[in-house]
Write a protein that binds this ligand. Structure first.
Ligand code: BTN
Length: 328
């Protein structure tokens, strides 16, 4: 969508009722046939616009897609989401965002897709990304911090997502599974894949890829036992533009606070309340070993604190956690 079409859409969505063709011609400095051309483009994009002789134009239906024109009015952020690069279809929003970031795109830029043909998950897995139902987005961040602190970002994102989900679907019993999955009753609702380009002392950029299963009515058979969606859990359809806006609105203040702090101590109390692994016996698969123990907390550096069978407390900074059994 070009800038003028997007501005016309914003203007139409700013009023409750009709705007005359004459008003639009005057405000945008264009002819009536140019107004009509933009209206046709908007209709082609899925917007419902009534045109009534003597009254003008009225926006009567949005697309429900997470496009800039539908996300912008809901944002309370200063930087995040001010540029939204929407793709009806993409291989992977993370791949697109990494290319944009390498080209100098500013912090806060967002890439979003309606569907992904090559959605990527952690550990080289694929992320099933059907069209028109879920949220697939990637945020570009440029924290002026050493690369060592970047893994903390994933927990920060998880907290922001959890807050956004709680705002939109308050009845949802979602939990954060360290470091960055969101689960409901043991089934995965959301995943985060952070990819960064850095030197030891300097982070060039991080692409934070987020996939949230929103309005998917049925999971593929192979995922039915392990994955779920907001619709399956709550019975309600969720607005994807509202979901993306809520996510950005919650993320920006957390991120800004984190940049001022030395660590994650400021979010640990809210994080531990919704931490799925707290007080559970777990095994953590790492590349070369598996660690076992009881989770006694999350350290301010973002590591999982594990009490091992020989009574030693260790800090685990990465790996895939699996529940063994509940202790209490
Ligand atoms: C995981 O394995 O849990 C992480 C999944 C991350 C999926 C998201 S969808 C948007 C972004 N683009 C990708 O290709 N992956 C991430």
């Amino acid at each position: 969508m070009n800038d003028l079409t997007a501005e016309l859409l914003n203007r139409l969505s700013s009023v409750d009722g009709f705007l005359s063709g004459e008003t639009l011609c005057r405000e945008f400095g264009i002819t009536r046939s140019a107004v009509w051309k933009h209206i046709r483009l908007l209709r082609h994009d899925g917007y419902q616009i009534d045109a009534v002789t003597g009254k003008g134009y009225q926006l009567s239906g949005m697309t429900g897609r997470p496009v800039a024109a539908e996300v912008f009015p809901l944002l309370t952020t200063q930087r995040f989401g001010k540029t939204i690069d929407y793709h009806p279809t993409a291989t992977s929003t993370n791949l697109l965002a990494k290319a944009l970031a390498a080209d100098g795109a500013p912090e806060g830029s967002v890439v979003v897709a309606d569907e992904q043909s090559g959605g990527r998950g952690r550990m080289g897995r694929t992320w099933v990304s059907p069209p028109a139902v879920n949220l697939y987005c990637s945020l570009i961040v440029r924290p002026a911090l050493p690369a060592l602190r970047v893994p903390q970002l994933t927990l920060l994102v998880a907290v922001a997502i959890h807050r956004a989900l709680t705002e939109l679907v308050p009845e949802l019993r979602a939990m954060i599974k360290w470091p960055n999955d969101i689960l409901v009753d043991g089934k995965k609702l959301c995943g985060v894949l952070c990819e960064m380009q850095s030197e030891p002392e300097l982070t060039h950029f991080v692409v934070v890829g987020i996939g949230i299963n929103a309005n998917q009515r049925e999971m593929p058979p192979e995922l039915q036992k392990i994955a779920t969606s907001l619709l399956l859990e709550s019975g309600k359809l969720v607005s994807r533009p509202a979901l993306l806006a809520a996510l950005l609105n919650h993320f920006e203040p957390l991120y800004d606070e984190w940049l001022l702090q030395d660590d994650l101590a400021f979010i640990l109390p809210s994080l531990e309340k919704v931490s799925l692994l707290q007080a559970k016996e777990v095994s953590i698969d790492q590349r070369k070993q598996t660690l076992c123990g009881t989770v006694i907390g999350i350290a301010k550096g973002g590591e999982l604190q594990l009490l091992t069978a020989d009574g030693e407390t260790i800090l685990v900074s990465s790996g895939e956690a699996h529940l063994r059994k509940e202790i209490v």
